[in-house]
Design a protein around this ligand. Sequence first.
Ligand code: MG
Length: 312
Amino acid sequence: MTDYDTFDGRFRSLVIGTAAVERLWTGGRWTEGPIHVPAAKAVIWSDIPEDRIMRYDETSGAVSVFEHPCGYHNGHTLDACGRIVACEHGGRRISRLGFDGHWETIVDRFDGKRLNSPNDVVVKSDGSIWFSDPSYGIDSDYEGRAAKSEIGACNVYRHDPHTGETTTVVTSLDRPNGLAFSPDERTLFVSNTSLSDTPAIHAFDIAEDGRMVDGGRIFAVSDAGFFDGFRLDRMGNIWTSSGDGVRVYAADGTLLGRINIPETVSNLCFGGRKRNRLYITATSSLYAVYVYATPADRPVTSPESAAHPGNR
Ligand code: MG
């Protein structure tokens, strides 16, 4: 199997034909939620069924357990201060790793009811925290703890840390999963991993107030498994997980190419000293490959957001 399949010539300006896909670590059960932590020169990711967070040291190449047990973490991101923000299946909450080394709850309820099991999270430049809340962590004991949904729906929410208010932004998808903003933060992309719907990434235009979204449209449909987590580069291309590797879509929705990975891919993130190394979680393993692309920066709207402009 070659590492790359090109479907559109633009793909050649994004990947390095001579750069091979490396498997950095294996031994997990279902890996997810990678995030590059520049200040630590490390990548952390979740091994959800094992209830542990793993850590790859970019300097030494060593892999170790970052935390176990951890509350069945799934997705991670960084806030504008570079702190890790996490989705917890077990804790059924969005949490943040404080500078004192303790996880603090950011939000665990909507309308007085417990969240299902937050899956993926992004922090917007205004500090608001957007996250998906499907039911995978309460459907069984494998990726969390079996429980009944109190909310009775799987939504995407926006949490405002300044007011403490949590509101729904997407209620139309059966199983909202991965999410990311376009580089200008005018579009929210959300994948739907429902067994009863077409596997797709949906695009929602964000209103001028930066809070509400429109009814959405299908951005891309998968013919090979689900789109789970994904990231955007600074050109607005979407680098997404799929059943047959990492697929790259242009902002206009054209499938440009694919990086072939021998396991089902769940998620990815950009990292490395020059932010040009793609880290990929795929079923039991962590992979990496150097690329020409670099991640979309968070728009700078305040001194706080300037502190850590990219890599969410
Ligand atoms: Mg996910």
